[in-house]
Write a protein that binds this ligand. Structure first.
Ligand SMILES: *[C@@H]1O[C@H](CO)[C@@H](O)[C@H](O)[C@H]1NC(C)=O
Ligand SMILES: *[C@@H]1O[C@H](CO)[C@@H](O)[C@H](O)[C@H]1NC(C)=O
Ligand SMILES: *[C@@H]1O[C@H](CO)[C@@H](O)[C@H](O)[C@H]1NC(C)=O
Ligand SMILES: [Mn+2]
Length: 443
């Protein structure tokens, strides 16, 4: 009798367990399916917008056009899945492989410039999480191929606990050809982009840290202008112009010269450059003073990065850290410029599910920026985001202490001197509309 009851109980548990497992599987598939549907819709929208076809027909056909010319291909499940998984066209990416040439997008004036042979050396830091294999390798091979050997100290790859199999043994195997120049660090737990970059920086030994995303391709003579500018002033932080790698065609398209800005939500965006800034003797190669950086791609002196307090290690995943670093650079005695002669292509991945940022991490990060740096202007942020007024952002005493120690200027000073176009909502001067961004990059 007892046995039968126990058997029944076991059967019952097994049955319930099985049902639960099936239910979870179903929900999981359903969720994947929704993401795919979402991607498909975005894709559909784009394929009937002007972008893809115009760009494709004007581009130099680096890629043969069967994917972009055939609308039927937009319903290819492999393409859709790849898009929702990686945010880019995996079919084309596989065909391009681990190395390709991109068109020189620099202005002619840049092509005639010469840089000293002896410059500080660079450690290039690339953090990745579930990146598409060929895209990651193209990032690495473009840096290897287009950086002068004597200036490239090393490339440091930081794997933030990726889950995809090809980023494990297969990646190790493929990196062998670059042996000697590459350090691969694998995080033991998920740290997010911000802490991963700090981990990469702590392993670096070059004079200059150059941060790149894992879906970039650098252009010709990209590194020298960055190193040269920092060699002249060690508190100079510089960004290349970020060209666009289209997520569908993977075409490399040059960007107009823009500068980094943000609004009272602390959302980053690109802004027009004043025409007089490009009227000087250097014309369109003039360095552009930028109130903010987009985040992914910049170069900074390694000692200065440490002196300036690296990143806020209590920020999670990504978002907001670019505005925080931009404010810290300007308010604490540094400078931030965009150098039009240095160009790096970046894939925006606008169709990826990764574009769904973790809102709670982002809100916390932004609040840390607001409470440490915005002084009396924090009210402007809360006018935009009233729901965050009483939300806690953890312990910021270290960052407040850092600001004091570095003797940083006020946010008022930053508004007056660096970013007067950020019209304070409560100054009562009327509402001058923001300039519309021309670039289409997101950080
Ligand atoms: C597609 O475009 C339509 C109108 O242009 C818009 O209403 C819709 O939200 C878009 N869908 C997606 C998924 O972006
Ligand atoms: C979002 O980030 C927070 C940490 O800030 C984490 O606790 C949470 O699990 C994340 N949510 C998702 C859906 O990843
Ligand atoms: C915040 O952190 C500092 C040191 O990091 C510590 O001294 C202080 O007690 C902490 N404050 C709170 C409220 O936990
Ligand atoms: Mn990116």
């Amino acid at each position: 009798m007892k046995n039968i009851i126990i058997q029944c109980l076991i059967c019952g548990f097994l049955a319930i367990g099985l049902w639960m497992a099936m239910l979870l599987l179903f929900l999981h598939l359903e969720q994947e399916d929704m993401l795919d549907k979402e991607t498909e819709k975005l894709l559909y929208n784009r394929s009937f917008g002007k972008n893809v076809y115009q760009q494709a027909s004007h581009s130099k056909k680096i890629l043969k056009g069967d994917i972009i010319n055939d609308r039927a291909m937009f319903s290819d499940p492999e393409l859709i899945q790849g898009l929702s998984r990686y945010g880019l066209n995996v079919i084309t990416s596989r065909r391009l492989g681990i190395e390709r040439q991109v068109p020189d997008s620099r202005n002619k004036i840049c092509q005639q410039k010469h840089y000293p042979f002896n410059l500080p050396t660079a450690s290039v830091i690339i953090c990745f999480y579930n990146e598409e294999f060929n895209t990651l390798l193209r990032t690495v091979s473009s840096v290897m191929n287009l950086s002068p050997k004597h200036l490239l100290e090393e490339i440091i790859l930081v794997d933030d606990m990726s889950e995809f199999d090809d980023l494990k043994a297969k990646l190790d195997y493929h990196l062998e050809i670059f042996r000697g120049k590459i350090k691969l660090v694998r995080n033991k737990k998920r740290e997010g982009l911000i802490r991963s970059r700090m981990i990469g920086a702590s392993r670096a030994s070059g004079d200059i840290l150059v941060f790149l995303d894992s879906h970039c391709e650098v252009n010709r003579v990209w590194l020298e202008p960055l190193l040269h500018a920092i060699a002249k002033d060690h508190k100079m932080v510089v960004c290349p112009v970020i060209d666009v790698i289209d997520e569908l065609t993977l075409d490399y398209v040059g960007s107009p010269i823009v500068r980094g800005a943000f609004d009272w939500n602390l959302n980053f965006r690109w802004d027009d450059v004043f025409s007089y800034e490009l009227d000087g003797p250097e014309g369109p190669s003039t360095p552009i003073r930028s109130p903010a950086m987009s985040g992914g791609i910049f170069a900074i002196n390694r000692h200065y990065f440490n002196e300036l307090g690296q990143y806020d290690k209590d920020m999670d995943l990504w978002g907001g850290e670019n505005v925080e670093l931009s404010l810290r650079i300007w308010m604490c005695g540094g400078q931030l410029f965009i150098l039009p002669c240095s160009r790096v292509g970046h894939n925006n991945k606008a169709l990826s599910k990764n574009r769904l940022v973790n809102q709670s991490a982002l809100s916390k990060n932004l609040l840390r920026v607001v409470h440490v740096w915005l002084d009396e202007y924090k009210e402007n942020f809360f006018l935009q985001r009233p729901s965050l007024t009483h939300v806690s952002c953890g312990n910021i005493s270290d960052r407040v202490e850092l600001r004091k120690r570095l003797g940083c200027k006020s946010f008022q000073w930053y508004l007056d001197n660096i970013f007067p176009e950020l019209e304070p909502l409560n100054r009562g001067k009327g509402t001058k509309p923001f300039l519309l961004a021309k670039g289409k990059n997101v950080p």
